[in-house]
Ligand binder design. Structure first.
Ligand code: 13P
Length: 340
């Protein structure tokens, strides 16, 4: 294992004022996004959409890396230039989603376990050859009546640790993502409790599997009230609870924490990140790895005319990247949203 390279890559992923663009939607998820704008999810439309995102002028200014789906890592621009080359030229590292999705966990009703470990060593070797520098694996934890179970938390944490160890063996930085879903009526306190238990279990398993934390990035969900909760917590409450939860459960040697947006609106996700970074200094940089919260405005405008609106859609992505870059330093000013 080349520790120096892993540590360097991990630090570059969370360099000051930069974060990650998540565009690794599986075929099922991108179809849902395209359905919402009335665009057919054909291979060429997916390629055109991701080309629009990845060729955004000056993308590397606030984006350190982008997480791709397998198909995208192998695709090229209209001019025949590999996306990985376009990204490298822009100073954007290539990441790759390597899990095979969340599947029903036998014996545990309404719970999921993420699959994809079989053959992963060989797939990681190929991804590294194709130019990937980091990988992502997403586990899903649902809050509900008597769930999550210990079995669900443990089996997902164990799989994340096996994945992370394999990534480091292949020279890729593992981004470990245990997403506690926002869906439900749960309170902020319930989300705190479940997130803390999930993170404690995750870091226990990472330790058991000898994963180098200095060469690992945590992709965390924020501690928020459920989307159907009676009284939803304020931005300040979310920021304080999330930071406290991380301080309780995440070792200081971890290279960095990036957040997913998980269904929050774009501006809400930015405001939450900014509020956290205004609370002070922490052992790890707190940045972003948003999918929907970075893409939503661009997706909408691109969908209105997929050939004519490329530049307009890129402008919107560049704006969200800049707003989140500022939020990663606690310097976001919401009045700049109106000016854009
Ligand atoms: P969202 O920010 O849309 O939640 O996506 C991030 C992601 O990569 C989920 O795995």
């Amino acid at each position: 294992m080349d520790s120096t390279k892993l540590v360097k890559t991990a630090h570059a992923m969370v360099a000051e004022g930069k974060g990650i663009l998540a565009i690794d939607e599986s075929h099922g998820t991108i179809k849902k996004r395209f359905d919402s704008i009335g665009v057919e999810s054909s291979e060429d439309n997916r390629r055109a959409y991701r080309q629009m995102l990845l060729t955004t002028p000056d993308l590397g200014r606030h984006i350190s890396g982008a997480i791709l789906f397998d198909e995208t890592l192998r695709q090229s621009t209209d001019q025949g230039v590999r996306f990985t080359k376009v990204m490298a030229d822009a100073g954007v590292m290539a990441g790759i989603k390597v899990d095979k999705g969340a599947h029903d966990l036998a014996g545990c009703e309404h719970e999921k376990v993420t699959e994809g470990l079989d053959g992963l060593r060989e797939r990681l070797t190929e991804y590294a050859e194709l130019g990937a520098r980091f990988a992502k694996w997403r586990a899903v934890i649902t809050i509900g009546e008597s769930i999550p179970s210990g079995a669900c938390i443990e089996s997902n944490a164990h799989a994340l640790a096996r994945y992370a160890a394999l990534c480091q063996e292949a020279g890729l930085v593992p981004m470990v993502e245990p997403e506690v879903l926002m869906n439900g009526e749960h309170s902020l306190d319930e989300c705190f409790e479940v997130t803390e238990a999930t993170l404690r279990s995750l870091f226990h398993h990472l330790y058991e599997h000898n994963v180098l934390l200095e060469g690992t990035i945590l992709k965390a969900s924020m501690v928020v009230s459920g989307d159907r909760a009676a009284n939803r917590a304020s931005v300040q409450e979310v920021a304080e609870a999330t930071v406290q939860c991380l301080l309780n459960s995440v070792p200081a040697s971890l290279a960095g924490v990036v957040f997913l947006s998980g269904g929050q609106s774009d501006e809400e996700a930015t405001a939450h990140l900014d509020a956290m970074n205004r609370l002070g200094q922490f052992p790890w940089p707190l940045s972003f790895s948003y999918g929907r919260a970075l893409q939503a405005p661009s997706l909408k405008v691109w969908g209105e005319n997929i050939s004519a609106n490329v530049a307009a859609a890129q402008k919107l992505l560049a704006h969200r990247a800049r707003m989140n870059g500022l939020a990663a330093m606690g310097q976001y000013d919401a009045t700049e949203e109106q000016a854009a």
